[in-house]
Design a protein. Structure first.
Length: 214
């Protein structure tokens, strides 16, 4: 990369944090032999007013909960650990830590986890979070160019949105799909012709590699 993005652009990461908190609450209840709180009470109080009407999120959390109920306690611990590890973006790209990929987790939890966090990603646009994230990045940089190639110009906030790349591909690292720390504005050609769903943490043979931190 030619330059980085300001970490302050991730200040509105509340949706991702909220989803992670709900997933953690589901696991905590199930491990204690109790039923998780029902919607909307399971939503953290600070976010409840903004999310209680999001039925799509409710239904995907219910799907995830049902799948988590079918796991053993050890499997649930493994899944929750994976969620935490996949979101340690700075440590992952520097090779200070590692994580499992989605496909390595129990089969029954893979689709529900991916559906939940990808739906969270889609909500970033509806809730205005994506625009706040992009505006903070655009306004903080002197060069309104794609930092991955230095060739494609970024349009100003309010124009058609630039591609928002899942730096850690959501197909492999679904738990980070809605995490602003993992979402990098990228030129269309960089994203759609070159980066695609490439794994920045592992090479073609599966060996860990160090990557730039956006």
């Amino acid at each position: 990369m030619l330059f980085g993005y300001p970490v302050a652009a991730t200040a509105e990461n509340w949706l991702h944090e909220c989803i992670c908190a709900m997933v953690t609450a589901v696991h905590t209840s199930l491990d204690a032999g109790a039923q998780p709180s029902t919607w909307p009470n399971i939503i953290p109080a600070a976010c409840r007013g903004r999310l209680r009407s999001r039925i799509g999120l409710r239904d995907r959390l219910a799907e995830y909960t049902a799948a988590a109920q079918g796991l053993t306690p050890a499997e649930r611990t493994r899944v929750l650990t994976c969620m935490v590890q996949q979101n340690a973006i700075a440590d992952l790209v520097s090779c200070a830590s590692d994580c499992e990929c989605l496909a390595e987790l129990p089969t029954t939890i893979q689709a529900p986890a991916k559906n939940l966090f990808l739906f969270g990603f889609s909500l970033l646009t509806d809730l205005g979070v994506r625009d706040l994230h992009y505006s903070a990045i655009y306004n903080a940089t002197s060069y309104h160019l794609c930092p991955f190639c230095g060739l494609e110009y970024f349009d100003a906030p309010g124009a058609p949105r630039e591609d928002l790349d899942h730096y850690l591909a959501s197909s492999r690292y679904a738990f980070a799909a809605a995490n602003l720390r993992n979402l990098s504005p990228m030129g269309m050609k960089c994203n759609e012709r070159y980066k695609l769903a490439g794994d920045i943490l592992r090479d073609a043979t599966g060996n860990r590699r160090r990557s730039f931190d956006p």
